[in-house]
Design a binder for this molecule. Structure first.
Ligand code: 8X3
Length: 248
């Protein structure tokens, strides 16, 4: 019997994480679903079936992350997807607490999970660490300061790790999506203000979907072991740059 490979997906309770878990399960992986919200994970696991396992873990809690890592029998793929934006205020007036939360989840969360799973990824003989950054990791924009700073941190982790791990059987992939319409990203950023969240996508015929991004993730992960997709930028056709969005 061939051993089924295991993919860990953080932030699996919604959006890109949930779509990625579905996609990797369909590609033949066992998927370890990681997030804080048990009910969401249970529902997704039920939908995916036997290939899914539920792990209620806050990626910013190192002790919980270490306990989770110890519970796994193998890990072949890590998708560091958990993250998010809190606030869209100018640098001059932004709440430092929002910046701290963004750094904790987008940078330290990636660090904790990656460090904890690195020995298992190495032992797999063909490990993949995939970090979901953002086009915010590549250019600044007004009101994006804290999120940009955090995603640039995630981008720095990906680039540094790739240098440090060269020669080992581990690929380090970074996917940087532009405008993606998910149920929660913009809503979270604007503290639940649905009108502000909707304005982000106003007039944009087809922002990317979570499934579009999951598709690039599954494709990148399933290339042959010697093929490393270093950095893949994916945007909707209507977005030529962070600032340049076609609105009807
Ligand atoms: C999300 C893209 O433009 O909101 O990661 O920073 S953006």
């Amino acid at each position: 019997m061939t051993v089924q490979k295991v993919a860990v997906v953080t932030g699996a309770s919604s959006g890109i994480g949930a779509a990625t878990a579905r996609g990797l399960a369909a590609a033949g992986y066992r998927v370890a679903l990681v997030a804080r919200r048990a009910d969401r994970l249970e529902a997704l696991a039920k939908e995916i079936g036997d290939a899914a396992s539920v792990h209620v873990v806050d990626v910013t809690d190192r002790a919980a992350v270490d306990a989770f890592a110890a519970s796994l029998d193998r890990v072949d793929v890590l998708v560091d997807n958990a993250g998010g934006a809190f606030g869209a205020d100018p640098v001059g007036t932004a709440d430092p607490a929002d910046w701290q939360r963004m750094y904790e989840v987008n940078v330290l969360g990636v660090l904790h999970v990656t460090q904890a799973l690195l020995p298992a990824l190495r032992a797999s003989g063909d490990g993949v660490i995939l970090i979901l950054s953002s086009t915010a990791a590549l250019a600044t924009y007004e009101g994006g300061g804290g999120y940009v700073a955090a995603k640039m941190g995630a981008h720095a982790i990906a680039g540094t790790l790739r240098l440090e791990l060269v020669g080992e059987p581990i690929r380090v992939i970074e996917i940087a999506p532009g405008m993606v319409r998910t149920d929660e990203f913009a809503l979270t950023r604007f503290g639940g203000d649905a009108a502000k969240a909707a304005a982000v996508y106003a007039g944009v015929a087809e922002p990317l979907t979570a499934e579009d991004v999951a598709d690039t993730i599954v494709w990148s992960v399933t290339r042959p072991p010697h093929v490393n997709i270093d950095l893949l930028v994916v945007r909707p056709r209507a977005q030529a740059a962070n600032h340049k969005v076609h609105r009807a």
